[in-house]
Ligand binder design. Structure first.
Ligand SMILES: [Zn+2]
Length: 325
């Protein structure tokens, strides 16, 4: 299932961030006097002094540190809930699997979106406001909608709407509908109203169970693909990945999501695969065959020249050194 493939990919970012120490940021002091003044303050007060840095013109550096720290921490939180949900679904505990997705899909992801669209706004509120309500995103639905529209502009021909799917109380068959129903025994909004004499999912029959399982595997890849594309952009910028690496990874995740619902010939045309060359990271040999793409979308392909095996299951860092052949 695509959902299982995605789980490993989110973890891949976190492992890489640890390996490369991507959350660290060096302060390039403007003068030797600044460096020694800052060292003195740290020594005397035993901690990083944010106020001193902001007052002396190092706000940008400080915000970079907070940005990376918050981004990777949110990613870990998202991944913890999501991975546990997938495990539970795999073992048949579908209602709890659903219930665990409320926080990552409705809150954690909303903060990652806010960081992407306006990191300075979020960080300033978190650093300076005494009122946590000022940055409590879940109560700011208009803001969430605007962020989603910036990331993924509405397409009138697309029957699915990411905002409505995640948050609507009015539409039928939404992610929010099932998240509310698996977190509350009684729901009262018209579109989500509990049946008379009922309690949500307390008396499940086989039909309801199968419907919930089917909806889980149909809807999760939709939100995960959107999340992965966003996280890939943010991660690529932090890790300074090459444009080629970013292209290969975007192609990889798009292929994986489309192969479930489309014929290869249609996917090939849609993504213009015949115009994308995949170079072996070891010998530089150029690949562009249908056989390679089909294997690429599955979990690995082998270089036809040097037989180097390239694992395409997770995020692909192998291509970062390749610039031009
Ligand atoms: Zn090779």
């Amino acid at each position: 299932m695509a959902a299982f493939l995605y789980a490993g990919r989110v973890d891949g970012y976190i492992q890489r961030a640890d390996q490369e120490q991507l959350t660290k940021e060096t302060i390039n002091f403007k003068t030797a006097a600044d460096a020694s003044a800052y060292a003195k303050i740290c020594e005397e007060q035993g901690d990083i002094k944010e106020e001193w840095l902001i007052q002396h013109g190092y706000k940008e550096t400080l915000y970079k540190v907070y940005y990376k720290h918050l981004f990777f921490s949110l990613l870990v939180d998202f991944s913890n809930y999501y991975n546990t949900s997938i495990d539970l679904a795999y073992h048949g505990n579908i209602n709890v699997a659903w219930a665990l997705l409320r926080k990552p899909f409705q809150e954690t992801l909303a903060y990652i979106e806010w960081l992407y669209v306006d990191r300075n706004e979020l960080l300033t509120l978190m650093l300076t406001s005494d009122d946590t309500g000022s940055y409590e995103i879940v109560r700011k639905k208009d803001k969430i909608r605007k962020h989603i529209e910036r990331i993924c502009p509405p397409n009138p021909s697309d029957p699915l709407d990411m905002y409505k799917f995640r948050y609507s109380y009015k539409d039928q068959l939404t992610l929010n509908g099932i998240l509310q129903a698996t977190n509350h025994l009684i729901t009262s909004r018209p579109a989500l109203k509990t049946s008379p004499s009922g309690l949500n999912f307390i008396f499940p029959d086989d039909e309801i169970r199968h419907r919930n399982i089917g909806f889980y595997y149909a809807s999760i890849p939709y939100v995960l693909k959107y999340t992965l594309d966003l996280v890939m952009k943010m991660f690529g910028e932090i890790a300074e990945l090459s444009d080629y690496t970013m292209l290969i990874n975007l192609t990889n995740s798009t292929l994986k999501s489309l192969q479930m619902i489309s014929e290869y010939a249609d996917v090939k045309q849609l993504l213009h695969l015949d115009q994308i060359n995949v170079f072996c990271p070891k010998c530089g040999h150029r690949h562009n065959s249908d056989e390679m793409w089909i294997q690429f979308a599955y979990d690995h392909f082998e270089c036809e020249n040097c037989h180097n095996k390239i694992n395409t299951y997770q995020f692909l860092f192998d291509f970062n050194e390749i610039t031009e052949k």
